[in-house]
Each structure stands twice: as structure tokens, then as C-alpha cells.
Design a protein around this ligand. Structure first.
Ligand SMILES: [Zn+2]
Ligand SMILES: [Zn+2]
Length: 253
């Protein structure tokens, strides 16, 4: 075989290898990980999803919990009525359309690979917000061991791993433990959600959170009752402060 043929073969081989790796990371190949539209994706998302995110990011939101609604720099009604235990919460995306579907695919349809692009966008959100400065430890919201066994993975831990890697912060997986199985929160009122989660979490090794600025990671923030309970538990165990990052955020009601 001539040298030229070898070069062609070598180049083809390299291309196959790269395409194989890309397909492994993003099984849909050249399609958007969120809406799955097939088009060459520049960066992480397709143009339409990227634009939707950019427009959404410009919307005014509560300066504490990050839910859309109040004027820029103001607090939403919930945060005014009762100050959350976390200092700041932000999300990478709104809880609707392809952003909502993506987290459902990660959570319920076993599409674990989605943790990578979703986690990357969450890491970008954290890096772009000065309020997260000084974070020392990444702690995912845990699942009850029974649920973890049934599902096989904790989607918040997968997101936490990506955040820990991208932000160069230690991951405190399993530091926060859910010791009581709780009812599915869907369909419960705010008050019922609160009662449902009371005393459900515990910190396993308090010495590892003591005095630390903790970044709590969850997939979705809707009423905020889960992160509120988790943040309260971390503070009670001695954490200096808690901030929250989720993939998506819903509106207050
Ligand atoms: Zn898209
Ligand atoms: Zn708020």
C-alpha cells in the first residue's frame, strides 16, 4: 500500500475514533441533547435552545431563590414571607419545553449521558454568578436508599459529579442522607410538601461540612421545599452557608 493510501486510512481511522467518542458522549451524534433536533450543533446546544435560554436568562427573577416573577433585584412573595435557609439559588434553565423533557429523560428514562451537558450548563451558571464565590464543597440532594436501589442511580449525584469536576471542588456525595422514605411530592400542596419532608434528611459526617460554604445540587426547584429542608439540615450540622444550583426552576405556583 502506498504512503498516500496509508495517510487516508489513518485519517479515516482517527475520524472514526473521534466520531465514536462523540457518539458515546452524545448518542444522538450531531443533534441537540435537549430537543434532539438534528442539526450541526455549535457549542453544546442547537441555535433554538441556546436562544430560548438566553432570552430566559434575561428575565427578572427573585434575587434569593431565582424563580421568575418579581422585578430585578427584588424578592418573591415566598422569600419575603419566610427567608430561605440558603443564601442563593439559581437554575440553568426553565422547567418547561425541552429543558423539562431533558431532566425527565435523565431521571426516569435512564439517559444518564444527559448528566454531562446538563451539568456543564449548571457549572456555567455557577461560574457566571458572583454570589457563588467562596464555595468549598458540592453536596447533591440524596435519594432514599430504597429509591436509589430501585432507580439504580441518583440523578443529582450525577449532576454533582460534573459540577465538582468542572468547578474543581470536592464532591461530598453521601454526606447528606435521606433516612425516611417520603411520599412523591407531585400533587402535594406547599404545606403538605413541608410536612412530608420534615426530619427526612440527616448529615452523615458533620465534621466534613462544619464551617464550609456548601453548594447544594438538585435537578429541579419547584416549591423549593426539598432544598429548603436540605439546606436547613446542613446548617444545623454546622455548615457556614448553603447556596443551591438546580438544572431547572419552575414558577412559584
Ligand atoms: Zn435544541
Ligand atoms: Zn424567592
Amino acid at each position: 500500500m502506498r504512503e498516500k493510501d496509508w495517510n487516508v486510512k489513518l485519517r479515516q481511522g482517527c475520524r472514526n475514533l473521534i466520531e465514536g467518542l462523540v457518539a458515546l458522549l452524545y448518542p444522538s451524534g450531531l443533534s441537540c441533547p435537549l430537543c434532539r433536533r438534528e442539526e450541526p450543533v455549535e457549542g453544546l446546544l442547537c441555535g433554538a435552545c441556546q436562544l430560548r435560554l438566553e432570552v430566559w436568562r434575561e428575565e427578572p427573577r427573585c434575587r434569593c431563590c431565582g424563580r421568575p416573577g418579581p422585578g430585578e433585584g427584588k424578592l418573591c412573595r415566598d422569600c419575603r414571607e419566610s427567608t430561605p435557609p440558603f443564601r442563593l439559588a439559581r437554575a440553568a434553565a426553565p422547567y418547561d419545553g425541552p429543558f423539562r423533557q431533558a431532566v425527565h429523560r435523565l431521571k426516569f428514562q435512564g439517559e444518564l449521558w444527559l448528566a454531562e451537558p446538563l451539568g456543564l450548563l449548571m457549572a456555567e451558571t455557577v461560574s457566571g454568578e458572583a454570589g457563588y464565590g467562596g464555595t468549598e464543597l458540592v453536596v447533591p440532594v440524596p435519594l432514599h436508599p430504597g429509591k436509589l436501589k430501585a432507580r439504580g442511580y441518583n440523578q443529582s449525584s450525577l449532576l454533582g459529579e460534573v459540577l465538582s469536576r468542572k468547578l474543581l471542588l470536592p464532591l461530598g456525595d453521601r454526606l447528606l442522607v435521606k433516612e425516611r422514605e417520603t411520599r412523591d411530592q407531585t400533587g402535594l400542596t406547599r404545606k403538605e410538601r413541608w410536612e412530608n419532608l420534615k426530619g427526612a434528611f440527616r448529615v452523615d459526617k458533620p465534621q466534613q461540612v462544619r464551617g464550609k460554604s456548601v453548594l447544594l445540587v438538585d435537578d429541579i426547584l419547584t416549591t423549593g421545599s426539598t432544598v429548603t429542608h436540605c439546606a436547613g439540615t446542613l446548617l444545623a450540622a454546622g455548615a457556614a452557608e448553603v447556596t443551591v444550583i438546580t438544572w431547572a426552576v419552575g414558577s412559584n405556583r
